[in-house]
Design a protein around this ligand. Structure first.
Ligand code: FHN
Length: 446
């Protein structure tokens, strides 16, 4: 109760105080705030919660093929009172924060975004505002987010929290038009927002200092752009270094995730399960599953190949975005082996080619033929990432190396022979024993 009152008071005090808004922040300040995130390029999304226990099946019924496991409560019409009892079985004895973080780090991921609370309302931290969390409602009684925070700090990985605005568990958040068929005619959104959601967010920001707050579930009619703007200002006052996605606002254009109007609250667009067709002037991050579900489903084996995932990362980086790749851990705390295998392959590729990906930005062309391009932040180095095995000479249009400079193959460190042409450089490719997925080349340009 005390925590709620304090957060509420803080909310109103901060709203009345001179605030920082996206509009008021200078471009330089914004660039500074966004710098680590833009440089990071590759992050791990983690969808984990009670839904990992049924893993797509409840009482002999299975969530339809292709549908997402974390929505089981809605898809199979599970009453809140039955679903919430899953908490009594949530005991992830194999959870090891250091191991999770090490897997992310070895994959070349620079940040982790984990579901602090998904639509089902269950919290993965020790919330003072709620008993529906891992500490109070489960036998596990360990603060998962605190353990992850400590492991991330030790490994130099940024920890970020997903938070669902929509909440299927809180009666005040559930209108008659809800997703759980609870039919709460007396639902009072403002009560949920001011006495539950905002205190929880205050707790998350002040106690765990997440680097990003990643909102979701914003499409419900109760949530408005004005509330998003107020919440953005409030959170930025709590921590001026925070980065917040565009789902704090109402501007998301369906799953394409980019804003449908300007001046919406939030710092970056969130295309879901897709990569933008081309570059964008607004920061963006493509979030994607490795199979068809976010939360673990025991019957989903539709895995994307490691090759596809690496090509996706290259495509996203060349278009100036970030790639947030999802893991749906099992209820026992383990990552699916298929996910681990794919992350291992991505890490191996990045170990050699990471220079062409991290801390780069979009170049004037993101692609020509089978070659993607990025450039470093000073614009003096262009990276060409060739995605199809080729031999002999190749022309890269628009690329004009500094006379006498070297074109280096990152895989071997070898210098390539090249000739300038009016349209762009002709390079003589090295003999590459095993082409693999993609080969990167570093070019000093005029
Ligand atoms: O409904 C959710 C879904 O479960 C998942 O969390 C994804 C991740 O971006 N977002 C929502 C749909 O946009």
């Amino acid at each position: 109760m005390k925590a709620r009152m304090t957060a509420l008071l803080l909310f109103f005090v901060l709203l009345l105080s001179p605030w920082i808004s996206a509009a008021q922040e200078s471009e330089q300040a914004r660039n500074q705030r966004m710098e680590w995130w833009r440089d990071a390029t590759f992050g791990m999304f983690i969808h984990w919660g009670l839904y990992a226990l049924p893993a797509g099946e409840w009482d002999g019924k299975t969530v339809e093929k292709g549908r997402i496991g974390e929505w089981i409560m809605h898809y199979l019409d599970i009453p809140v009172a039955d679903y919430e009892r899953l908490a009594e079985q949530f005991n992830p004895i194999y959870f090891d924060a250091e191991q999770w973080v090490a897997i992310a780090k070895n994959a070349g991921m620079k940040y982790i975004v984990i579901t602090s609370k998904h639509h089902d309302g269950f919290g993965l931290w020790d919330s003072q505002v709620s008993d529906y969390d891992v500490m109070d409602a489960s036998p596990f009684k360990r603060d998962l987010l605190m353990e992850l925070k400590q492991a991330c700090e030790a490994a130099g990985i940024k920890l970020c929290f997903y938070y669902s605005i929509m909440d299927w568990h809180q009666p005040d958040a559930e209108s008659p038009k809800d997703y759980t068929h609870q039919n709460n005619p007396n639902a009072n959104w403002a009560v949920y927002r001011d006495h539950y959601m905002i205190p929880q967010l205050t707790e998350l920001v002040t106690r765990y200092q997440p680097a990003v707050l990643w909102f979701d579930g914003e499409w419900i009619p109760e949530w408005t752009e004005d509330q998003g703007q107020d919440l953005y200002r409030y959170l930025m006052d709590l921590d001026p270094n925070l980065i917040i996605n565009n789902r704090i606002s109402k501007a998301r254009k369906g799953m394409s995730g980019m804003n449908a109007y300007s001046n919406a609250a939030g710092d970056f667009g969130t295309p879901e399960q897709e990569i933008l067709e081309t570059t964008s002037d607004f920061d963006w991050e493509a979030c994607m599953t490795m199979n068809d579900t976010w939360g673990f489903r025991k019957d989903d084996f539709n895995w994307k190949s490691s090759e596809q995932l690496i090509l996706n990362l290259i495509d996203v980086a060349a278009k100036g975005g970030n790639y947030l790749l999802n893991i749906g851990p099992l209820a026992n705390g383990k990552f699916p082996q298929a996910s681990i295998d794919r992350l291992y392959a991505m890490g191996a590729w990045l170990e050699v080619n990471g220079e062409a990906i991290y801390a780069t930005q979009k170049w004037k062309h993101f692609k020509s033929g089978n070659t993607f391009f990025t450039q470093d932040k000073t614009g003096t180095t262009v990276y060409a990432i060739l995605t199809q095995a080729s031999t002999g000479a190749l022309q890269w249009e628009g690329v004009h190396p500094i006379p006498g400079s070297e074109i280096i193959h990152l895989g071997t460190g070898k210098s390539l022979a090249w000739e300038p042409q009016p349209e762009g450089v002709v390079v003589h490719l090295p003999e590459i024993d095993a082409f693999g997925i993609a080969q990167s080349f570093k070019i000093r340009v005029k």
